[in-house]
Design a protein around this ligand. Structure first.
Ligand code: SF4
Ligand code: SF4
Length: 447
């Protein structure tokens, strides 16, 4: 990377950064600090670096950029901070500043500006880009690739299915796919025609291309809970990829697109099944805070956004009786996705759902809320630290002797599956929507 031109700019909300009282209580929650023990890889150290750059006391050179790049954006620090430091906000603005001021290597430029910002949010481009990866896996040619490429390839699932392809056996009246058209998928509440309301569903980018059946299962759960579901066709990427990658202008555009797509519909809630997207969707008001024409519309949109687990626990009147309990002798554990546990502070509802099925066979995962190293696209931009954290997560998973780990974010699923495969473990990793649908009473011939 080349050196920037000087003249300090005010890129941080100074009050938010001053809230840090340097107490250090966040250090033991920070995955990168746990791995390196370096203060510059801790939240406190990074806030110090951000402020030093803003004040002009430190040039925006390798030291600052390296340690800010190495941050996962997991927001574990934010969840434990007694001073209410909004670390996620500080990080997004710092990254936006960095990307405007420095020149990355050609490879990092391609990764960030093309792969992450253009290909991942575009369904067709992503499907095309994954073809050579799948072909390489199919031929076994990955063995001759360099380590970085092998790591990236290990994240591509063997059995991915796009949103048009899901095939499941819906209960009577339910749809057979997550439709791209703006049509209702009707409630199929067990034991009657009760209808509780209407919700919108966000398809997500990675979910849509790699986890189509999981999206279909999510709709099926919402239908089973008594809700009609609509999937507005004009929705797009939530903007998380751009916001976390230092491109706030594109994140703002993404937010505006989704607000327009949903605001005319009279919805009880807007449901998302990917934790990383959910935390950004819930923060459109903050994201658009400097745009008076949109801030209120952003706040109204975000107020309706619910993670599928929090929505089901509060609104599914047949829960838990709609589920087969206990599931079997399988030992089941749960991994907290960072953007669900830390950014949205949702830890109980998914556990309640998993425990309803697993009963006494539920086992807590040590360090359940420590990042698995996926962190959106972090495993591509910072592969070394991502691999260290993947190994840490895998070792903790193996300690549980579980047969199955359940989680609620596509990035975590890909990262955890790849880690378990490397370790030669037969443990399965499932999205919580797939786990619940597999255990719906209406799926069981015995019921
Ligand atoms: S971010 Fe919060 S917890 Fe961490 S040092 Fe600052 S005030 Fe303390
Ligand atoms: S966001 Fe995560 S990795 Fe970054 S400083 Fe906070 S705890 Fe550490």
């Amino acid at each position: 990377m080349s050196a920037p031109t000087q003249a300090p700019e005010q890129f941080l909300d100074y009050e938010k950064s001053l809230a840090c009282i340097h107490c250090g209580l966040c250090l033991s929650s920070c995955p990168t600090y746990l791995e390196t023990g370096d203060e510059n890889d801790s939240p406190r150290g990074r806030i110090y670096l951000m402020r030093a750059v803003q004040d002009g006391r430190l040039a925006l050179g390798d030291t600052a950029v390296t340690h800010i790049d190495r941050c996962l954006g997991c927001r574990a620090c934010e969840a434990v901070c007694p001073s209410g430091v909004q670390y996620g906000n500080l990080l997004e603005h710092t990254r936006d500043h960095i990307e405007k001021k420095i020149t990355r290597s050609p490879f990092q430029q391609f990764l960030r500006r093309v792969a992450i910002e253009k290909v991942f949010p575009n369904r067709r481009l992503m499907q095309l880009a994954l073809l050579p990866a799948r072909f390489t896996k199919w031929t076994g040619a990955e063995k001759i690739l360099p380590k970085f490429a092998r790591e990236a390839l290990s994240l591509v699932p063997d059995d991915m299915q796009a949103g048009d392809l899901p095939e499941f056996s819906p209960a009577a009246g339910a749809p057979s796919t997550v439709s791209a058209r703006n049509e209702k998928m009707p409630a199929t509440s067990r034991g009657g025609a009760r209808r509780s309301g209407l919700v919108g569903f966000i398809r997500g980018c990675v979910m849509d291309v790699m986890f189509g059946p999981t999206n279909a299962n999510s709709v099926r759960l919402l239908n089973a809970a008594g809700y009609d579901v609509v999937v507005p066709p004009s929705q797009g990427c939530c903007g998380a990829l751009h916001a976390h990658n230092g491109n706030l202008a594109q994140a703002h555009d993404a937010a505006r697109t989704n607000i327009v797509a949903f605001e005319k519909l009279e919805l009880d809630a807007i449901i998302i099944n990917a934790a990383g997207c959910g935390s950004t969707l819930k923060e459109y008001g903050h994201l658009l805070a400097d745009d008076p024409a949109w801030v209120e519309r952003g706040e109204k949109f975000s107020a309706k956004v619910k993670d599928i687990t929090e929505f089901l626990v509060s609104n599914w009147t047949d829960f838990p009786s709609a589920l087969r309990t206990p599931h079997s002798a399988l030992r089941v554990t749960y991994h907290d996705a960072c953007h669900l546990a830390h950014a949205q502070r949702i830890t109980k509802p998914p556990r309640e759902l998993v425990k309803a099925v697993a009963g006494n066979n539920f086992v807590e995962l040590p360090e359940a809320d420590v990042c698995c190293g996926s962190a959106g696209t972090y495993n591509l931009t910072e592969p070394e630290m991502a691999e260290q954290l993947q190994r840490r997560k895998t070792e903790n998973l193996l300690r549980t002797n579980a047969d199955l780990v359940v989680t609620s974010n596509p990035g975590c699923l890909l990262q955890i599956r790849a880690g378990l495969k490397k370790a030669g473990s037969p443990m399965r990793a499932m999205h919580i929507a797939d786990f619940l649908v597999e255990n719906l009473r209406s799926n069981s011939a015995a019921d």
